[in-house]
Design a protein around this ligand. Structure first.
Ligand code: SAM
Length: 284
């Protein structure tokens, strides 16, 4: 008998992975959490049936979310991660000795406990004394802070269900306020490829452009996300992602990466024409 996980990417497109075993399944207060094991992608986490990460390709997403802003901002000490309950973003952050504090605000405690049990590859990010976990809605958490963080990483689910509030103008405005005068916010920016995803991506981009003086978009190839073409938003009060990239400083840290490198940092901001057009349309 064959067992398959299938995610609908559009009304007419499905993406399937053959499953060896279901390791975990639970309906939490916020969402359905499943963890499977598979031959091709190793273990993988889905929330409400949507792919969050696989052991095989999560390094791409987490490296691109963390190392791009870390190679730009010269002095990151305090970081806020919104979402990120699998621990992968925290795992990349703890590789920087100069970071003093990493606050992870995850709405769903059950995601963290399931990942601690079944996905130690990412959950190991929580095993560092600089990481503090808060089980709270990121939208509410960020409202309370002003001039507090050097870097905010929005490692959220998609713009529906519990993640919906993390794509609002109010949220981006509060992130702006919670950042220091030279702070940077990076968010997962959805995909430009399928029309429904592209609309969500444009909506988020418009709101970020309205909230930050510098707002750029970069890309990565993530095989298990819809279309495999994924975007990240780089929103900043002072630093430009290319003009202020300090490749020598970053290289001197000696951080071994499998995806990110200094050349790719530059190339990731060179977007296809159709994506540039979509962004320009909402930039006004
Ligand atoms: N890399 C993933 C992706 O884009 O598919 C994101 C993975 S991470 C597991 C997303 C996390 O965001 C989930 O654990 C979810 O519970 C959390 N989350 C969703 N809405 C949230 C909110 N309003 N506040 C804090 N965390 C939230």
């Amino acid at each position: 008998m064959e067992l398959w996980f299938t995610e609908k990417h559009t009304e007419h497109v499905k993406f399937s992975i053959q499953v060896d075993r279901q390791l975990y399944s639970s309906q939490s207060e916020f969402q359905r959490i499943d963890i499977f094991s598979s031959k091709e992608f190793g273990r993988f986490l889905t929330l409400d049936g949507y792919m969050m990460l696989t052991q095989k390709d999560e390094f791409i997403y987490h490296e691109m979310m963390v190392h791009v802003p870390m190679a730009v901002h010269p002095k990151v000490r305090k970081v806020l991660v919104i979402g990120g309950g699998d621990g992968g973003t925290a795992r990349e952050l703890i590789r920087y000795p100069a970071i003093e504090q990493i606050d992870v605000v995850e709405i769903d405690e059950e995601v963290v406990s399931a990942c601690r049990t079944h996905l130690p590859q990412t959950a190991c990010g929580f095993d560092d004394e600089r990481v503090r976990l808060y089980y709270e809605d990121g939208l509410k958490y960020v409202r309370r802070y002003e001039d507090a963080y050097d870097l905010i990483l929005v490692d959220s689910t998609d713009p529906f269900g519990p993640g919906e509030g993390l794509f609002t103008k109010e949220f981006y405005g509060n992130c702006y306020k919670a950042l220091k005068a030279d702070g940077i916010m990076v968010n997962q920016h959805e995909s430009p490829f399928y029309p429904n995803d592209a609309v969500a991506m444009q909506r988020a981009h418009k709101r970020i452009v309205d909230s930050f003086p510098i707002s750029k978009v970069y890309q990565a190839h993530i095989p298990t996300y819809p279309s495999g073409h994924w975007l990240f938003g780089f929103a900043s009060k002072r630093y430009h992602p290319l003009a202020d990239q300090d490749a020598d400083r970053w290289k001197a840290l000696g951080i071994q990466t499998r995806y990110y490198n200094e050349q790719l940092h530059k190339g990731a901001f060179a977007l296809p024409n159709y994506v540039e057009e979509m962004l320009e349309k909402v930039e006004g």
